[in-house]
Write a protein that binds this ligand. Sequence first.
Ligand code: ATP
Ligand code: MG
Length: 188
Amino acid sequence: MSPADQKPLRLFLALWPDQTLREAIHNCSNELLVAQQDWHGRLVDKRNLHMTLAFLGSVATDRLDCIKKAAASLCWQAFTLQLDQPGFWDRARVAWLAPTDIPQQLTDLEQQLRRSLVTCGFAQQQRDYHPHVTLARKCRAPESSDVPAPLQQSLVWEVNNLVLVSSVTDPAGVRYEVIGRWQPDKTS
Ligand code: ATP
Ligand code: MG
């Protein structure tokens, strides 16, 4: 079957935690949901935790080469994220964890990616970028509008890979398949 005959994929590019960090984020979201009992919500499966850089939506498979070339052409260095601030978005009904300090390297990486995806024919993303890891979905709006306290100890993320993910919806729920992975440039 040629790529043009294959079904479109639902794609996004993301930062992908390693197993140890996945465990730590999951433990933290368990604790947060207990602490913020009025959030309720369904925890994101440990295997699915990630930080989206760019959401592409439904994409014909003959565009995969261009997307992969765009990801491979990015110039970036490894950087550190400190995940320290839980929060909640009413409209999306999601609870999340985010870095209070957004490193310039992350901003640059996301902007480079935005620009290079335009060269693959994707419309320029107009929305501001709010880096976060979704912890739980289908939450209820908290009764209190107070911002949750920052974590006592932030989760440290040494960001050293970027992935292209295919999001597949099974009867059991959403499943993410990593179909491309790129490392930062080597420091000289
Ligand atoms: P489900 O939609 O089944 O609850 P999900 O949201 O985890 O599961 P997707 O909808 O495929 O799975 O989304 C994959 C990633 O892209 C998630 O991080 C999601 O927040 C993000 N995303 C989805 N839709 C958009 C969008 N329109 N704009 C920006 N990011 C999006
Ligand atoms: Mg979704």
